[in-house]
Design a protein around this ligand. Structure first.
Ligand code: F6R
Length: 245
């Protein structure tokens, strides 16, 4: 695990965007795994700026997002499909058919999950996976206690996640209770991983991810076992880590 402590959120965002852009520049047909939530918004803004400056071309890139709320239609502004269109896809030249997000309206969720894994496999696997981290240590929507062996699956959101994500909905009652998420096994199969964390609210989860035991009780701790992980933190998110040489 390489840990980079950025001066602030803007620097963290720029560094993440540079890593994503350089992946696509060096391999234009790259398969990117992307995340939603507040943390990657700055990285996506920087990627859009790089695209507008002619630095990076997404015409051959392929994207698989980590997750989607179950029961939420893509046209719903609370859906992760909407979030990705709004923050990234509609501002760059990625082809619509190359953007993949689990179908939150799938009737047969087991089939949807199997097909999602199959699509990732047919695309050649994920070259670079971007992650955020939940205050409870989740990655994707793999909540504490979920198996490390899971591929894409239907998950029950933890009460802490429902509370944290209620800021994107009119009320807590409107937050879906389930989501379709890539599993820990799917995430660990990515060739390279970048995890971003910003703010004091993530400091404890970051400490456990980097310094704690590897345990399903803290899903992000599994990243200690991945050979190619870069963790980019701002000062607040890094505040509980021991000083580094
Ligand atoms: C998002 C995702 C989640 C978020 C995490 C942090 O697709 O899978 O794991 O990365 O909940 O969210 P923010 O960035 O909003 O704090």
């Amino acid at each position: 695990m390489e840990v980079i402590i950025a001066k602030d959120y803007d620097t963290l965002s720029k560094q993440a965007a540079m890593l994503l852009a350089s992946q696509v520049i060096s391999q234009p047909g790259s398969v990117l795994g992307l995340a939603t939530g507040s943390t990657p918004v700055g990285a996506y803004k920087n990627l859009v700026a790089f695209y507008n400056e002619g630095i990076v071309d997404f015409s051959r890139a392929i994207v698989f997002n980590l997750d989607e709320y179950y029961g939420v239609a893509p046209e719903n502004p609370c859906s992760y499909r909407w979030f990705m269109e709004d923050n990234l896809f509609k501002h760059i030249n990625i082809r619509q058919e190359n953007t993949h997000i689990p179908n939150g309206l799938a009737r047969d969720t087991a089939a949807e999950c199997r097909e999602y894994e199959e699509k990732i496999r047919r695309a050649g696997g994920i070259d670079l996976q971007l992650l955020g981290i939940g205050g409870n240590g989740h990655i994707g929507f793999n909540e504490p206690g979920d198996s490390f062996k899971s591929a894409t699956h239907l998950v029950e959101l933890d009460s802490g996640t429902i509370a944290a994500n209620s800021r994107f909905f009119a009320s807590r009652d409107e937050v879906p209770r389930q989501a379709i998420s890539m599993g820990i096994k799917s995430i660990m199969a990515a060739r390279r991983i970048i995890l971003l964390a910003s703010g004091a609210g993530k400091a404890k989860a970051v400490y456990e991810m980097v310094q704690g035991p590897v345990t399903p009780e803290h899903p992000a701790s599994v990243l200690q076992l991945h050979p190619q992980v870069i963790i980019i933190l701002d000062q607040e998110a890094a505040s509980l880590l021991p000083p580094r040489a």
